[in-house]
Unconditional design. Structure first.
Length: 254
């Protein structure tokens, strides 16, 4: 069975953010991820991880004005300097929090100029990151209609163009099922380039035991592919987070 990381932006919202680390650990998680750390001092997050025996799986680089609907800026022409300045902030946080990967969000953009900007910014970012893993994620166009990156073949074309060993694919089975389907064969093809996996039930983005996907089967396929990274639980609990975690034990018993 894969190793699961609780997504603290979506899960354990019954608690204040810094208290979610303790709640996740108490429920048996050994890894966590979240969208952004920047509202807190990096040392506060590091202390919460250490206090509860947790590893940081992933967080996102700064997205621009999230409340105004911005979802990154690395593919937006004209905002290259802003992206590079804020990416340095992500690296400063990463030096302390030590995530397994940093997700670089493309932003709301389209067209050849956006792709060229994305490639240029990523080419710069992988050099700045050194040995640190960066990932890009296709996000379904139903949830984010204007987001630049929506399909795995599009993401792989960009990854191959950049051609850096520390740039990989963030493969979210929820987004991939909505946009592309054929998840087993798709994971087989993409396996060498997958740097992080995320899950949620489809179509409502609840627990993995809710919806159209057979995650018991899919988890076995992930194991069979030899993937040893974190699987981020990026779902919206149907109710209280702790009450919905039975899916883990149920799938372990199959």
């Amino acid at each position: 069975m894969p190793k699961f990381a609780a997504n603290l932006s979506m899960m354990f919202n019954e608690h204040d953010f810094l208290d979610r680390f303790a709640a996740a650990s108490k429920c048996g998680f050994r890894g966590v991820e979240f969208l952004f750390p920047y509202d807190f001092d990096a040392s506060e997050i590091r202390a919460a991880l250490d206090a509860h025996g947790l590893q940081q799986a992933l967080f996102n680089a700064p997205p621009g004005d999230w409340q105004a609907g911005e979802r990154g800026m690395s593919a937006i022409p004209g905002r290259e300097q802003e992206f590079r300045d804020t990416f340095q902030q992500a690296l400063e946080y990463a030096a302390i929090i030590e995530p397994g990967a940093i997700h670089v969000m493309a932003g709301n953009a389209a067209g050849k100029s956006a792709q060229a900007t994305f490639v240029d910014n990523l080419t710069w970012a992988v050099e700045e990151a050194g040995d640190r893993l960066l990932v890009i994620e296709p996000i379904n166009s139903r949830d984010m209609p204007s987001y630049f990156l929506s399909r795995s073949d599009q993401a792989m074309a960009i990854i191959n163009t950049v051609g850096a060993p520390n740039l990989k694919l963030q493969f979210d089975l929820y987004h991939a099922q909505i946009m592309e389907g054929d998840l087993t064969r798709r994971m087989e093809r993409l396996a060498p380039d997958i740097g992080h996996i995320q899950i949620a039930g489809v179509p409502e983005r609840h627990e993995p035991d809710d919806g159209e996907l057979n995650f018991t089967f899919l988890f076995k396929q992930i194991d069979a592919l030899g993937y040893s990274g974190w699987v981020g639980c990026e779902y919206r609990p149907r109710g209280r987070t702790e009450d919905g975690l039975g899916w883990i034990q149920n799938m372990l018993q199959v």
